[in-house]
Design a protein around this ligand. Structure first.
Ligand code: TNX
Length: 780
């Protein structure tokens, strides 16, 4: 039995010679240094047990990785591992099957179903030993082997220079996961991601030992999975016309072909990730009803929605509609072999069912007395169908409202209550509570955060999450399958923004879901992130440095022409280093330890390091007398703090690009506190407009329009409150540039003293939504 599974050895001959020579020299003189970063091993999630032992294994280019198994999956794991190592380290292994004649065995992967790994989830567990003569990874299953290979890869990538020889500190690791469901949800309906992107996401998930991708494939804004029996679902339902103030927006959308879906499912399986498809019902169905209006209740033919929020289109409850849904699910089950099918169930506004004589007749015929019981009937009927095909129904926690088949799994999103109630009723539960597990929330209060929902869900918040809610007894707690984070993509409109929202928060979640609670330690996690960031950079993964990014706060200094500057970061971790000469900060630049008094004008550049490794990119702040009198929308206050619906939305920028605006969409109003109007002669308000594309259902009447007097609306500036007599009123008609951006100059009367200034937009209709980009005070 000889296998020719050599993996990419020595790509170029010339390089080979140099490498081999270097290897020889290094190994023979034993001068290979140990890695400093190994003091806190950068393993995420932290294994159950990691015991450092003395010595090191010298791993060199071309080392043999021997697979002690003829199992194709085990060989696949070894190959993937070797490829990943080559890609990230530039170090190539020679992957072979065990062969008695061959003696070199630097790394050994053993698949042995009889292996006893102490712990709960044996089949996902592994044992890894780095000895000075050999590295051995052993597991009972290919999945366990895969998990162990990820740990070994992390162990070998703790300072990511490309190298040909590596001194690998000896260690012994024993490991298995705490929860079975370690998930991430991706919304491909609100924005569409390419198959290549989804594969990159699966790769990144697998490197954190996550094992479930919940794929949100249908919603009001798009239907992304082709169903052969119903071609209009994608021909019509996959495309929407975005709302636009100036017309002519190109249609937006896309769908995956069945072949692409099979390929993605297969790709996921090779990384031990199960994909759980979600087909939403009975609500979030507008794209399907746009394709086949007879599925709806009203007889109306809606468009695929270009709006965010809660829509009111529901499926009707005719037998023909159940036939449609069963036919759809039959094709879905054919594409997704996993045990679970997610049928949504959330936010099904019952207005249309209530108003429909036909639906009401049907309810009476079925002996159903309420619309939520009708959703229960809906869910039970679909659940029965799935069960008959060997699958388990899973749905958002609203499915609890109408009674549920016992095998149904509940996904708790409206906080933890749904999960607790479901577990008490004996249902299995996946926790995904809002807002903690809602990764469409921003990660910090910094202005350079991409669009998303405030308030911030920080890295620390995620790390502190405990998936088993309080108040469950041991039997109930066993119903907690695990948890997941949800990447809703209303505002995550590019692959970079999806990744930025995901990483590194999913790394924190991975540790929550894998490691025993006693192994979790926030400071230790932070100290492992610099290496993790280096891996992200090497793999081309966009990630957020929000936990470490410098938060620079500048106010007028006590001496003339100076600013007093304080700098902090969210995690209160790392060394803050700065320069004042325009150069990029390095680990040797002056370290910030206390507030600075800086002469104006100054260009301050700040970066954050952990033992010489970058934690946050360099931030540049140009400080001048004028810049101290400027506030962007994140620095202004809302006049309704803690109420309404604040969002951080993309909008036009002065130069034609995109800015992010923080806006309270129920009542757009901003406060610049304590302005000394005696020294301010004028205020320049940079503002932008965008379509108001929100469906607010019951909240629609919360939208405040105020009392516009001129067509096109006006900006009003008030002192101390946001009503009464305005200090200034600026008509908006005709003010925007071609992109919808405007600069509004507000002259002020003299001698008013110090006041809070309130800015509002008064308009006749909710759209366009006017938003403040920044406010600049101009001194006399
Ligand atoms: C609520 S969570 C929703 C989604 C939105 C999300 C935005 C859930 C089951 N429904 O439709 O995308 O909020 O955060």
């Amino acid at each position: 039995m000889h296998a020719s599974v050599r993996v990419r050895i020595f790509r170029r001959n010339l390089r080979t010679c140099t490498l081999a020579l270097a290897t020889l020299l290094l190994v023979s003189c034993q001068s290979v240094p140990l890695h400093s970063g190994y003091k806190t091993p950068s393993l995420i999630p932290m294994p159950v047990a990691v015991d450092a032992t003395p010595g090191a294994f010298i791993l060199h280019e071309g080392a043999a990785l021997i697979v002690h198994s003829s199992d194709a999956k085990a060989i696949g794991v070894a190959r993937q591992f070797a490829e990943l190592l080559a890609r990230t380290r530039g170090l190539h292994l020679d992957v072979r099957l065990f062969d008695a004649a061959h003696h070199s065995d630097d790394i050994v992967f053993v698949l042995d179903p009889r292996l006893l790994i102490p712990g709960d989830r044996l089949d996902e567990g592994y044992e890894l030993t780095v000895g000075s003569r050999r590295i051995t990874l052993a597991a009972r299953t290919p999945h366990g082997l895969f998990n162990g290979s990820i740990t070994l890869w992390q162990w070998l990538t703790q300072d990511l220079a490309r190298t040909t020889t590596l001194a690998v500190p000896c260690v012994s690791v024993r490991d298995y996961p705490r929860f079975a469901w370690r998930g991430l949800m991706l919304d491909s309906a609100r924005h569409f991601q390419s198959p290549e992107f989804i594969k990159q996401l699966l790769d990144a998930m697998s490197r954190l030992k996550l094992d479930v991708l919940h794929w949100h494939l249908t919603d009001d804004q798009g239907w992304r999975i082709p169903i052969e029996r119903y071609p209009e679902l994608t021909a019509v339902g996959a495309w929407r016309t975005p709302s636009s103030l100036r017309g002519g927006a190109p249609r937006y959308g896309g769908f995956y072909t069945q072949e692409e879906i099979r390929d993605i499912v297969h790709y996921a399986a090779a990384r031990y990730i199960t994909i759980v498809p979600e087909i939403e019902m009975p609500g979030h169905a507008q794209a399907a009803i746009a394709a086949y209006p007879q599925l709806g209740v009203t007889g109306k033919h809606p468009p695929v929605s270009p709006d965010w929020g809660v829509h009111t289109y529901l499926y009707n409850v005719n037998d023909s509609t159940f036939t449609f849904l069963e036919n759809v699910l039959t094709e879905v089950m054919d594409l997704f072999p996993g045990p679970y099918v997610h049928i949504g169930g959330d936010e099904a506004a019952k207005d249309q069912w209530r108003a429909s004589a036909q639906v009401q007749r049907r309810m009476r015929a079925l002996g159903i007395s309420s619309e939520s019981a009708l959703q229960g009937y809906f869910t039970a009927r679909i659940g029965k169908f799935l069960a008959a095909h060997g699958r388990r129904l899973i749905g958002w926690d609203e499915i609890l409202e109408g009674g549920l088949p016992p095998s149904a799994v509940v996904m708790s999103w409206q906080g933890e209550a749904g999960g607790v109630a479901a577990a008490r009723q004996g249902h299995d539960v996946v926790m995904a509570p809002s807002p903690l597990m809602y990764f469409d929330h921003v990660q910090s209060a910094l202005h350079d955060e991409p669009p998303g929902r405030p308030d911030a869900v920080t890295l620390a918040d995620v790390y502190a999450y405990e998936p088993v809610p309080r108040g469950l007894d041991a039997t109930q707690a066993r119903h907690m399958l695990g948890a997941q984070a949800n990447l809703w993509t209303e505002y995550l409109d590019t692959p970079q923004r999806v990744e930025h929202a995901a990483f590194p928060r999913v790394a924190a979640l991975a540790e929550v879901l894998w490691s025993p609670p006693a192994r979790r330690n926030w400071k230790s996690f932070l100290s492992r992130l610099a290496e993790q960031f280096a891996r992200y950079r090497t793999l081309g993964i966009e990630f957020a440095d929000s936990a470490f990014a410098p938060d620079i706060h500048a106010v007028t200094g006590t001496k003339p022409n100076t600013a007093r500057v304080t700098i902090s970061n969210q995690a209160n971790f790392g060394e803050i280093r700065y320069t004042l000469n325009g150069s990029a900060p390095t680990p040797d630049s002056p370290r910030y330890t206390q507030p600075l008094t800086l002469p104006l004008p100054t260009t301050l550049r700040v970066a954050v390091f952990d033992h010489g490794r970058a934690l946050a990119a360099a931030y540049t702040r140009s400080l001048s007398a004028l810049s101290l009198l400027r506030r962007n929308s994140d620095e202004l206050q809302s006049c309704k703090p803690g109420a309404g619906l604040p969002l951080r939305l993309p909008g036009p920028a002065a130069n034609g690009g995109e800015d992010v605006y923080r806006v309270e969409i129920f009542d757009p109003c901003w406060i610049y506190p304590r302005v000394d109007l005696d020294v301010v002669r004028r205020i320049d308000v940079a503002a932008g407009e965008r379509p108001f594309n929100f469906q607010l259902w019951k909240d629609a009447d919360k939208v405040v329009l105020r009392k516009s007097t001129s067509p096109g609306g006006e900006l009003r500036v008030y002192q101390d409150s946001c009503s009464g007599d305005a200090l200034a009123t600026i008509p908006l008609a005709g003010r925007v540039d071609v992109n919808g951006w405007a600069q509004l100059k507000v002259a002020l009367p003299v001698g008013l003293g110090t006041h809070d200034l309130c800015f509002t937009f008064d308009r006749a209709t909710a759209s366009p939504l006017w938003m403040i980009d920044s406010v600049q005070l101009l001194p006399r």
